[in-house]
Design a protein around this ligand. Structure first.
Ligand SMILES: C[S@@+](CC[C@H](N)C(=O)[O-])C[C@H]1O[C@@H](n2cnc3c(N)ncnc32)[C@H](O)[C@@H]1O
Length: 209
């Protein structure tokens, strides 16, 4: 192929699956009436696709990167996983204007916040205000599952959950769980397993109103 024949780069920004401005009704984004699950920052999308294949829920994924949101939504459609949808957006902004309150059964946040530098603090996904948003959206008895390969981050998330009145440990043993109870691995999780690296996992139950 000559330089003249090289195709122009794909502008994923223009074709990413986005939502219009204004309020978002999560119950209408995916057809059916199964419980709604969120996959926040799904990246290359393995967790979203795996979970959707189980056909136990309606899975709504939100990913800030245009390229991955496009590719995962394309794959989801190709596999005819009508119980899922991949959307491009900043989960903090998008879920901030989503409702109705209490409509979500479970939220997955797989390996967020890989940044170390202080100047990246504003990018952090899991924060007190994001937990407020999730507590508003997750109905009583619903779950939040967070996992990371950064030990310090896991400790930070655990402290945030401990301090948050909307979440409690699922059993008597605290938020930590040894294995992923959902049998749907994220890409980063699969790589950690291949490389024999530790993963720190937290499961929280939504309590209160
Ligand atoms: C370390 S990667 C993990 C990807 C995937 N969850 C996994 O476990 O393989 C973090 C992902 O979160 C996405 N992300 C970061 N901030 C986000 C935000 N505010 N809203 C949505 N996605 C975000 C990144 O683009 C990236 O794909």
């Amino acid at each position: 192929m000559t330089a003249a024949e090289t195709p122009p780069p794909i502008r994923y920004e223009a074709i990413a699956p986005s939502l219009p401005d204004g309020p978002i009704d999560l119950t209408t984004l995916v057809p059916g009436d199964g419980p709604i699950e969120l996959d926040v920052g799904f990246g290359r999308g393995r967790s979203l696709i795996d979970r959707a294949r189980q056909r136990v829920s309606r899975v709504i994924g939100i990913e800030i990167k245009a390229k991955w949101s496009f590719k995962v939504e394309e794959r989801r459609a190709r596999e005819e996983l009508h119980n899922a949808r991949a959307i491009r957006g900043d989960a903090r902004e998008l879920l901030g204007r989503a409702g109705p309150d209490g409509c979500v059964r479970r939220a997955f946040v797989h390996f967020p916040d890989p940044w170390w530098k202080k100047r990246h603090a504003k990018r952090m996904v899991v924060s007190e205000s994001f937990l407020d948003t999730l507590a508003r959206l997750i109905g009583p008895g619903g779950e939040l599952y967070v996992q990371t390969d950064v030990e310090e981050r896991a400790a930070e998330y655990e402290a945030l959950l401990t301090d948050h009145p909307g979440f409690a440990p699922p059993g008597g043993d605290g938020f930590r769980v040894a294995t992923n109870p959902f049998d749907a691995l994220s890409n980063r999780e699969a790589r950690a397993a291949e490389d024999g690296l530790p993963v720190y996992r937290l499961l929280a139950r939504r309590v209160g109103h």
